[in-house]
Write a protein that binds this ligand. Structure first.
Ligand code: PEP
Ligand code: MG
Length: 826
């Protein structure tokens, strides 16, 4: 009897090499014949051959069937059904996506008129090295006539390549091991070996391997999926490895690197990449590759900046010319002129400084200028993000949205899967606390397998804690998994959408039941695990005193709280202009919640989008929150801003804001923040560079704007730089007396800043008054338009006075410079 197992491919990248090798391994456990049929592509293949499986061109959501025939067909059907439903879709981890943002090339580089080759950066970084060109070896380069014992030649070569890959697997890291395993599976593919063996009757090993591999390449090349097309390189790689082992005399070696090098190649196979000496390999420029190619995955795991470019840099007369590869901008410059080389050297120095600066906040909490501590944590939704969050300076995870593990699948995850998922997060989190929010499913996030009926008003509907009683097993699995994983780190449990004490008591009773079960089963868990709730429904604000007696902590979900408090749908574009948390009602709510919680010694965080809104930061700091939890990219900038703020001043600001009657009054308060708060923020210690050396105007602007990026005042240094240059293009800003005041009103500076550089050697400012040895750069946020002219004219007036200029030139410490410049506001 034939069994038929129907499924829809849930793998976002389709069945490419790694999933194929896993499915093939599963199928090989049975003697039955198993065929995969893809109904969309109308292609079928032997499920015990990973190459055949890839050849079915199975993409995401393709309808497929496994046809199973043979002695153990029923057993195979049952086991494969479980595997496909519960595990198969998990066998392909999402790849780190390179954010594709349009980068503008700064004038500080373009002004040097050096030749640049443009491309698409696939692995970030900026490096320099000698350029090595690696010739592409084709399978055809091995073409030769048939000789004696071709079968022996092939099988020896095959055995040696298999042995080689297995030896490499012993010391391979996770991603390298996955790739090597998929290569092993393709290399030992019965159908490939059968096809080569057949061809060997009339062909040399070289020709037989080439013909067999080409047949699959042709198939893969027709795929709609880029991911499957990319596997052509892996196949060619295996073919080349086989031929290199079969014909050791005809070696086509990769470049041998003896110094810091950037390797360029039209195409590079994973094994060619692995052969390159990583102590010398600094960068890669490839003609062909996408972010899904195995070579790129390896380059990322070895942290090798990589650019893909249609036009590879031209060969020069010099054997190994010096080159700079800048994967921030997506350019490579070979033998750049002096000015451009100086640009890249400066960019490398800034990148290094930025990395060092970030380290300051890694594993260290931030303190305001007046000694107030506030935690800055990360919002995440996958364990894979934990390490990155800590590396970005997060003090922990304030919100782990656990829904993701339940979505885009046909059945709920098993307790075991969840346990492993949470355990991985806690191990990665080390001793830092990770707050797991239990599932906020239903409403606008329906799950097909829960069969919840559509609702008229999903945000006010059957969701989160409200569905737990109906899906009690689902909820218990999550609690069991969380408790079991809790022994691996510092876990907290947080319940979403709580509305009443009854709900909290119900949760506590269920948690107690699950703890008791685990105790009976002898399974260890952290007995004192902290339990908290999200305060995101306004009703909780009025019973918070009671709530605090029941739980350990609360976190304000400002996204939902704003929508429910103001009755404004958070997703409705037509009323998005009304969706604003910086209004008197919301701030009063904050004040009431935080003061009540603190009176009851209850810890309070805030984890909605508001936490990373730079305008809200002084109010949130002043509100007395214990933690702000936000997306990774905002963490560093927030910490660096908090370090320069005064809690006391923000507290006063917040309390005044709570007395405002309109949002306009709050805006005004923000703009009119006390002068000394502005001074502290507009001129900060890190923006004053005393006795530095710049070689040109370009160098100065690049370095000063780069510094603003490092200290978290801009998140787009290139755009900000070009805004400065736009002003210079109208009229160079040298004012005479050796002073230049480059300035801009720009949307790319998050916080208005005055930077200053006193130079050891004068530079030409490309204007009428010649040389400059003192630069005062004004980068004011476009919203601060009034400030712009005020500061500029006040500065110009002051500089007329010799005494002021002399003081700037002779002052020895940065505090005195701040003092001097602060007179600009008086
Ligand atoms: C919130 O409501 O603020 C929140 C953090 O939860 P979510 O955005 O997942 O609803
Ligand atoms: Mg919410």
């Amino acid at each position: 009897m034939q069994y038929e197992l129907n499924f829809q491919c849930a793998l976002p990248n389709g069945i490419h090499a790694r999933p194929a090798s896993q499915l093939e391994e599963k199928c090989r456990q049975f003697v039955s014949q198993i065929t995969l049929m893809n109904h969309r592509s109308a292609k079928s293949g032997d499920a015990k051959s990973s190459l055949d499986l890839i050849g079915t061109d199975t993409n995401y959501q393709d309808e497929c069937s496994l046809y199973i025939k043979g002695d153990d067909a029923r057993q195979a059907f049952e086991s494969l059904q479980l595997y496909i439903n519960n595990e198969f879709h998990l066998c392909d981890e999402p790849l780190a996506q390179v954010e594709e943002k349009q980068v503008c090339i700064p004038k500080s580089l373009l002004n040097h008129n050096t030749e640049l080759v443009y491309g698409k950066p696939l692995v970030a970084g900026i490096v320099k090295g000698r350029l090595y060109k690696s010739d592409s070896v084709t399978l055809q380069s091995y073409a030769t006539d048939i000789q004696e014992n071709e079968t022996v030649r092939f099988s020896n070569a095959h055995a040696s390549v298999v042995e080689n890959i297995k030896a490499r697997l012993n010391s391979a890291k996770k991603q390298e091991a996955e790739i090597l395993n998929s290569h092993l599976s393709m290399l030992t593919d019965n159908n490939l070996i059968a096809s080569i063996t057949k061809l060997l009757t009339y062909n040399s090993t070289a020709n037989a391997v080439t013909l067999a591999v080409d047949e699959y390449i042709e198939k893969f090349n027709c795929s709609r999926s880029e991911y499957i097309r990319e596997r052509v390189v892996d196949l060619r790689d295996l073919g080349l490895q086989l031929l290199s082992a079969a014909y050791p005399a005809a070696q086509y070696e990769m470049a041998t690197l003896v110094e810091d090098s950037i390797v360029i190649a039209e195409e590079m196979t994973p094994s060619q990449f692995l052969k390159l000496d990583k102590s010398h390999l600094k960068g890669l420029v490839l003609g062909k590759a996408s972010h899904t190619s195995h070579t790129i995955i390896l380059a990322r795991s070895f942290n090798i900046p990589t650019l893909v470019s249609d036009a590879l840099p031209a060969v020069t007369d010099i054997e190994h010319p010096l080159a700079y590869l800048d994967c921030q901008l997506g350019v490579i410059a070979v033998q750049p002129n002096e000015g451009a080389a100086c640009y890249f050297e400066r960019a490398m120095q800034l990148a290094k400084q930025s990395k060092n600066c970030q380290q300051v906040y890694v594993g260290k909490s931030v303190t305001t200028m007046d000694g107030h501590k506030i935690e800055v944590a990360a919002n995440i939704s996958h364990p894979i993000e934990v390490a990155g969050a800590l590396d970005s300076g997060a003090d922990g995870v304030g919100l782990f949205r656990t829904e993701m593990a339940y979505m885009d699948r046909e059945l709920a995850p098993t307790e075991e899967e969840l346990y492993e998922y949470y355990r991985d997060a806690l191990i990665a989190g080390k001793e830092n606390s990770i707050t797991f929010r239990t599932i906020d499913i239903g409403g606008d996030k329906p799950l097909p397998y829960l069969n919840l009926p559509p609702e008229n008003n999903p945000f006010l509907g059957y969701r989160a804690v409200r569905i737990y009683p109906q899906f009690i097993t689902l909820f218990h699995h999550q609690l069991r998994a969380l408790l079991r994983a809790s022994v691996y780190g510092n876990a907290r449990i947080m319940i979403p959408m709580i509305n009443s004490i009854e709900e909290i008591r119900w949760i506590k009773a269920e948690l107690a039941k699950v703890k008791e079960q685990l105790k009976q089963e002898g399974i260890p868990f952290s007995a004192n695990i902290k339990l908290g709730i999200m305060v995101e429904i306004p009703s909780t604000v009025f019973i918070l005193d009671h709530i605090c007696k029941e739980i350990d902590f609360i976190s304000i979900g400002s996204n939902d709280m704003t929508q429910y408090l103001l009755a404004i749908d958070r997703d409705n574009q037509s009323i998005s202009h009304l969706y604003n948390s910086l209004v008197p009602s919301f701030l009063r709510m904050l004040e009431q919640v935080i003061s009540t919680a603190h009176q009851h010694r209850c810890w309070v965080g805030l984890c909605g989008e508001l936490a990373s809104d730079h305008r809200a930061l002084p109010f949130l700091l002043g509100s007395g929150l214990d933690e702000l939890s936000m997306n990774n990219p905002a963490i560093l900038a927030t910490k660096s801003r908090l370090a320069g703020m005064s809690y006391q001043q923000c507290r006063e600001l917040f309390l005044k804001a709570c007395q405002c009657s309109t949002k306009a009054e709050i805006n005004k308060l923000f703009h009119d923040m006390p002068l000394n708060t502005q001074e502290k923020t507009i001129i900060s210690y890190e923006c004053i560079l005393l006795d530095v050396e710049f070689v040109s105007k370009e160098d100065a602007i690049q370095a000063m704007v780069g510094n603003l990026g490092i200290i978290g005042r801009t998140d787009n240094i290139f755009a900000l730089e070009n805004d400065i240059w736009a002003r210079e293009a109208v009229l160079a800003t040298d004012l005479g007396f050796g002073f230049a005041i480059p300035h801009t009103k720009s949307e790319h500076i998050q916080y208005s800043t005055i930077s200053m550089a006193r130079l050891t050697k004068p530079i030409h400012w490309q204007g009428d008054s010649g040389m400059v040895n003192f630069i005062i750069m004004l980068t004011l946020n476009s919203k601060d338009s009034a400030q712009h002219m005020k500061i500029f004219s006040s500065l110009a007036r002051k500089l007329i006075h010799k005494e002021f200029r002399d003081q700037l030139h002779t002052t020895q410490c940065r505090d005195d410079i701040i003092e001097l410049l602060s007179t600009l506001f008086k």
